[in-house]
Design a protein around this ligand. Sequence first.
Ligand SMILES: Cc1cc2nc3c(=O)[nH]c(=O)nc-3n(C[C@H](O)[C@H](O)[C@H](O)COP(=O)(O)O)c2cc1C
Length: 205
Amino acid sequence: MDFYDVIKSRHSIRDFADESIPDDIMKRIVEAAYTAPANDHFRDWHYVVLRDKDIMKNAIAGVPKNLTVKDVDAMTFISDPIQKETYQIAVPKQYKMLIDAAAVIIPLMKKKVDILNPSCLSDLNCYASVWCSIENVWLAATSEGYGCNVRIPMGNEEAVAKETLDIPDEYLIPCFIGIGRPAKGAKPARQIEVDYNKQIHWEHF
Ligand SMILES: Cc1cc2nc3c(=O)[nH]c(=O)nc-3n(C[C@H](O)[C@H](O)[C@H](O)COP(=O)(O)O)c2cc1C
């Protein structure tokens, strides 16, 4: 697939076909993480790939299973009808989009600074970098004909996954990635149109 076709067709996939991903393809997809730019040149991220359903189930046991569209109404930051529609589709699927995936991929970032209490912007560079690697995985999956979603761990979700998978405390889980073949008819959420003329500026704002 042409590079620009890949980035245009990358969307969150939250409904999957019951199909596994061959090991060699999965390897290519995850290894793509390690060509992402890294703030400190180390790329010392780890990726844990879960394909066994029981292990997936235990690792994501903290993810809420019974969220509904009503929970979206409580989200006061939602300001736009298309944004709301997306959340109404996505929120009830937070558990299903991971457990129905062919695999759950867990990126790990070494906690070198307290990113929840940054003293300056560059304290967040490690978090920005790991997200660059996550985007690489997402794009690689898309180019291979698979789809991904991401879930930011909240509450005890990270602790549950770390305990289940023996992940040392020095690592932070920026997200869970669900990956698999999109289900027939799975369509991305409606997107908010970007007016390039308004949002891209030439020479001055
Ligand atoms: C930093 C970040 C956090 C996100 N958190 C979640 C999440 O917790 N659950 C979820 O279903 N999607 C999550 N998403 C996916 C977004 O909802 C999605 O990318 C956005 O609505 C645009 O839609 P698209 O991915 O289909 O193009 C997240 C995306 C990013 C970049």
